[in-house]
Design a protein around this ligand. Structure first.
Ligand code: B12
Length: 448
């Protein structure tokens, strides 16, 4: 039997003006290239738990209109889903089914909208893939595949995580590969559409398993750049330190996402600095204390961190790790003044890199439910707008047009070649100053 694991790849943006502007902005283009080149770890993971007598292939479809018919001839296909590309995924699923290929859909969007997805598939998986995949494969073999396979009742411990089949990739095409070290997050941010939506409990992968995945990657790529596909890698500082120590021994460069509290742990920062960690992506969301109110729904945690931002960024970057600060435009309470506030904060903070996106109501999130109650979802089921760069939610203190114009204006300021160069120079200047300071203060230096 032949199974095709199909990822709808590439970066999606509907906003034409932003696309056109983006093409002229060096900082934006550079970042998009890095971001766009990543495979679907979810599908490689399912391929990893597919019995070896089944012929598994991994296929990426960046543009469905460029595909004549379907890519590849398979008995069954497993297609993953994010909201932004779901309509393309459904169209491809329909084409496969017309040819008699069995179609299984799963992933974040399918989990949020199972009934919608079922109209385009023979079977769907809700939640994490691993608990249901063996039953899907068994039913495929028996010819009884069909309906809903719901993983939500089963807790899947990550000590049993299968080894993703990285060897299915044409590795030349990627500038980094992903490894996941945990699922879920101890925080509850209203807008979050990440792994918390398939794994409500926060769970960690044993570090030895993470290391074995990195080693497997190194078998096909000697000096890889690794991106951790986590929501918040250092939410658990003990696991984070163990991880940093272990990765240090692997001689790789790596990147991950976490929260600002990483700056409070000097030992962790030292370990990260020594481990090849190139950058931490941190959701600062907004420099405005009012806009941060209520984002984290358990203890209003995000709002409580604002006063620490500047010191924390300086402290992390002082350890030689660049910070990519992420800001959300159009948060509740944000008005037209918010764009300049972000630009000013970026200048003051010395952030090495910056990411701006617009507040997006992804299906399945508490934000989406509230936005619907408040009548603020702009168009029903316009999932193609769930790109983080298109507006799908009416802001509370400005018009949609003002938000779109603010996004363009701010992108135009932040991603020019000069702006990017200045941020980099500032970072390296600060690093040199710290090194001089440290050398001056070191006992060796004092006695020579
Ligand atoms: C790496 C990554 C990427 C990579 C790789 C994407 C890919 N093909 O997997 C790249 C850079 C290409 C990318 C692009 C985009 N991304 Co992205 N990305 C991530 C990131 C950082 C990690 C995802 C990951 O690898 N998870 C680990 C794997 C193991 O989990 P998983 O994919 O969910 O798979 C599990 C289950 O869902 C399930 N499953 C998944 N697919 C299938 C299929 C079948 C058949 C079955 C049975 C089960 C199943 O089984 C898996 C194992 O349990 C997350 C944020 C985060 N921290 O999680 C954002 C995230 C997934 N991305 C997001 C977005 C918005 C995008 C873009 C739309 C951005 C844009 N404007 O273009 C594009 C869309 C790409 C596309 N064309 O589809 C959102 C998606 C939200 C949503 N609910 O739709 C996230 C959550 C970030 C966010 N800020 O909200 N992304």
């Amino acid at each position: 039997m032949k199974i095709g694991f199909i990822a709808m790849s590439g970066v999606r943006v509907q906003n034409k003006a932003l696309l056109e502007l983006g093409l002229t902005l060096p900082g934006f283009v550079e970042r998009s290239k890095v971001i766009a080149s990543l495979p679907s770890l979810g599908l490689l993971t399912l391929a990893g738990m597919t019995p070896p007598d089944i012929d598994a292939s991994y296929v990426e479809v960046p543009d469905i209109d460029a595909v004549d018919g379907v890519p590849g001839d398979f008995d069954a296909v497993a297609i993953s889903s994010f909201s932004a590309q779901i309509k393309d995924a459904y169209a491809l699923a329909d084409r496969y089914r017309e040819r008699g290929t069995r179609v299984v859909l799963g992933g974040l969007h399918v989990t949020a909208r199972p009934q919608e997805a079922l109209r385009h598939a023979d079977a769907i998986v809700i939640g994490e893939g691993e608990p249901s995949w063996p039953a899907v494969v068994a039913d495929l073999r028996r010819g009884t595949l069909g309906g809903i396979y719901d993983s939500r009742g089963t807790s899947f411990p990550l000590e049993y995580a299968p080894m993703p089949r990285f060897e299915l990739l044409d590795v030349e095409r990627y500038n980094r590969l992903t490894v996941q070290t945990q699922r879920g997050c101890p925080f509850r941010c209203e807008f979050c559409a990440s792994s918390i939506r398939i794994s409500p409990t926060y769970k960690l992968k044993p570090v030895a398993k993470v290391v074995s995945e990195i080693r497997r990657i190194k078998e096909i790529w000697r000096r890889p750049f690794i991106e951790l596909a986590d929501d918040n890698t250092f939410a658990n500082k003990r696991h984070g330190k163990e991880l940093a120590r272990a990765i240090a021994g692997e001689q790789v460069r790596w990147f991950t996402e976490t929260d600002i509290s990483v700056a409070e742990d000097e030992e962790l920062l030292r370990l990260l600095g020594d481990s090849g960690c190139a950058q931490l992506l941190i959701g600062l969301e907004s420099p405005s204390p009012a806009e941060l109110q209520g984002i984290e729904q358990r203890a209003n945690w995000k709002a409580k961190q604002r006063a620490k931002y500047l010191r924390a960024i300086d402290c992390i970057q002082g350890h030689g790790i660049t910070v990519n600060g992420c800001f959300i435009l159009g948060l509740d309470g944000a008005g037209p003044e918010s764009f300049e506030e972000i630009a000013a904060f970026v200048r003051e903070s010395g952030l090495y890199e910056v990411q701006i996106t617009v507040q997006t109501a992804f299906p399945g999130t508490p934000l989406y439910e509230r936005a619907r109650r408040e009548g603020r979802v702009l168009r029903e089921e316009a999932w193609e707008l769930c790109t983080l760069f298109d507006v799908n939610l009416k802001p509370t203190r400005m018009s949609v047009a003002a938000l779109e114009a603010g996004l363009l204006m701010l992108a135009g300021q932040l991603y020019t070649a000069d702006a990017v160069r200045m941020r980099r120079e500032k970072f390296f200047e600060r690093r040199r100053a710290r090194a001089r300071q440290a050398a001056g203060a070191s006992p060796n230096r004092r006695f020579t």
